[in-house]
Design a protein around this ligand. Sequence first.
Ligand code: ZN
Length: 313
Amino acid sequence: MSAHSEHFRIEEVAPGVWAALAGPTGACVSNAGIIDLGDRTLVFDTFMTPQAGRDLREAAERLTGRPAALVVNSHHHDDHIRGNQAFGSADIIGTVRMIELIESGRPGDLDVYAEGVRAWIADLDRQLADPEVPARNELALSRRMAGEVLASLPDLTITVPTSSFADELIVEGEARQAHLLSYGGGHTDSDAFVFLPDCGVLFAGDLLWVESHPWGGDGHLDEWIDIVYRMNELRPRTVVPGHGTVAAFEYARVFSRYLTFLCDIVRQAEASSMPVVKLADHPIPPEYGGWDATRRFRTTLEALGRRAGLPAD
Ligand SMILES: [Zn+2]
């Protein structure tokens, strides 16, 4: 049994606390976490595929010397929950709304779903065949992710959380407490995160992204900004984001500014009834020019513009 996996990289962020950071295979997509509570092991989020989830389960067991007893899901998006099935008898914890969203988002007919993934792969291959295609690295990562998702389907069982909490659940371990918190919905209708008061580590899920354009199309930007502000009141020292590298929590200021910038350009577009296609063409400001996932900047603006009721073109 190994803590190493081709799918992710383990980084110790405090004694007994590890980030599992998504690697380039496409099987993870998002980050996860492993927390040794002293007498029990808690895993935070479970990646995009059962194969990455199995490696995460093994890493947790290897690092803490016992199987994970608790799994916390941060929100309903596939890249945070599809490894749940690897955790057998562990108690999987989410919020009531999150569980509803996982239930309603599960693929109905896996054969039909597989056809959709194959069509997506064909489209990505067509785009990648163009040597001049923009954002080639992002497309190539999507292609690897799609391949991993397709490979996972024969084995996939969408596994919903087995228990829920509303806004706060404190798990008392022998060595430390884990505070499971939900301040409502920001990135989605319902987002949860884990804060460890003893070491100041905060596992943010997709409420925080580090140097990566966030997906905001399912979100509520004003509430999201408030949630990040309230997180700051916990005085965290270190954040493990849903996407990107481990960072000092001060980085949250940069991310809040980015969300405010998104809010502002969507409001300006609403005020002038700007078409969605024009909003989506908004240039990326230079301070965010080096961030990952530039295509997601565009798709997020398209989704936000549609939800604001802007004309299509
Ligand atoms: Zn997400």
